[in-house]
Design a protein around this ligand. Structure first.
Ligand SMILES: Cc1cc2nc3c(=O)[nH]c(=O)nc-3n(C[C@H](O)[C@H](O)[C@H](O)COP(=O)(O)OP(=O)(O)OC[C@H]3O[C@@H](n4cnc5c(N)ncnc54)[C@H](O)[C@@H]3O)c2cc1C
Length: 327
């Protein structure tokens, strides 16, 4: 059996399989395409704070130590995952990328294709991450600003952004954290999609509302004092006209740089077409309709909060049960 992806979702499945009596390296292997030991958290900007409090940032049932109410940094989670991996006795095989999976013969066996060659196995767990590929906006190709344009996935800190006005597109928790951080060094405009709004309500008030999300924690404390930080909150950016960005209320600005905090797409492109296209037979806690093929950590295939610590663990428990019951 092969678990593809050694983030918290993959390790959660490894933990549940171990709890059921299976042994890592003997009964199941964990592979990951990243270079040696580098998990996704290693690439997030260093000042980032998780939404989930430390006490809820539980991977495979193991807790972060220290104040349970603090917001952990990506580095802490990185270390926590290393600790979890070592306590499970898992030795991740790094640098191996899954490129496809298909059923063989009567369908009781799967053929997993990788950059190191194909391998036959009875079960494959896809744990390759819901937040893997930067989501881009169609209109962005028409933008030509004098500074830089980066996705939040490639944001490292204020030092990376040239002097001048910055437009942060997207007011989810990444966009808000980045806008706040940049406000001490740059003049910032924060563009918010109307998803946070209900029709007819002024965007400024809505961005200031407090929300909770599926991460089981209060969403980032939405600061109503954007003006005090000098941040101009505007409506959705809808078009680019060279150096000018156009908003849905007709307003136009010419920022020096743009940061797209516009979310991510999952790394599920290596799954069979029929799984990607299926409208039924999937979404039951990680099952896919293909016997022996499971997905953990992606809401499209499991619980609505499958991309969180808590949700991934719940789906991992269910997947391990399915695997143990397979004839
Ligand atoms: C900015 C940000 C903040 C977040 N904050 C929180 C939070 O506060 N609380 C919370 O619960 N969740 C949070 N999340 C969501 C989620 O917890 C993280 O995205 C988490 O990293 C997901 O873990 P994962 O194991 O599913 O995927 P990942 O951590 O992305 O791990 C997937 C692994 O699969 C590997 N991989 C990918 N493709 C292949 C392939 N084809 N073959 C082999 N290996 C492959 C990758 O190298 C990677 O190591 C946040 C996400 C982001 C982006």
């Amino acid at each position: 059996m092969i678990i593809v992806g050694s983030g918290h979702a993959g390790l959660s499945v490894a933990a549940e399989l171990s709890r059921s009596g299976l042994q890592p390296q003997r009964d199941f292997a964990v592979i990951d395409s990243n270079p040696d030991g580098q998990r996704s958290w290693a690439f997030r900007w260093s000042s980032m704070e998780l939404l989930t409090e430390a006490g809820r940032s539980t991977v495979a049932g193991q807790h972060l130590t220290g104040d349970p109410y603090r917001r952990p940094s990506p580095r802490e989670i990185e270390q926590h995952l290393l600790d979890v991996e070592s306590s499970l006795g898992v030795t991740t095989m790094w640098g191996i990328r899954a490129t496809g999976v298909e059923r063989l013969g009567d369908g009781s066996t799967l053929l997993l294709s990788t950059n190191e060659g194909p391998v036959q196995t009875r079960n494959v767990v896809c744990a390759t991450g819901a937040a893997a590929r930067p989501r881009t906006l169609g209109w962005a190709v028409g933008a030509a600003v004098p500074g830089i344009m980066v996705h939040s996935a490639d944001y490292h800190g204020p030092g990376q952004i040239p002097r001048g006005d910055v437009l942060v597109v997207g007011a989810g928790h990444s966009g808000q954290q980045i806008a706040r951080e940049l406000s001490s060094t740059h003049r910032v405009t924060l563009s918010s999609r109307p998803t946070y709004a209900s029709a007819g309500r002024p965007i400024r008030r809505l961005v200031g509302r407090r929300r909770t999300d599926a991460r089981g924690a209060a969403a980032l404390s939405l600061d109503p004092e954007w003006a005090q930080l000098g941040i101009d909150v505007v409506s959705a950016a809808v078009a680019a006209d060279g150096a000018h960005i156009v908003f849905d209320d007709g307003r136009r600005i010419a920022p020096q740089s743009i940061i797209f905090a516009t979310g991510y797409r999952p790394a599920d492109g290596w799954l069979p077409r029929r799984v990607l296209d299926a409208t039924s037979g999937r979404g039951k806690r990680g099952t896919t309709g293909v016997p022996g093929l499971f997905v953990v950590g992606m809401p499209t295939y499991g619980s609505r909060d499958a991309d969180t610590f808590a949700g991934a663990r719940r789906d991992a428990i269910s997947i391990a049960r399915h695997i143990m019951k397979r004839p």
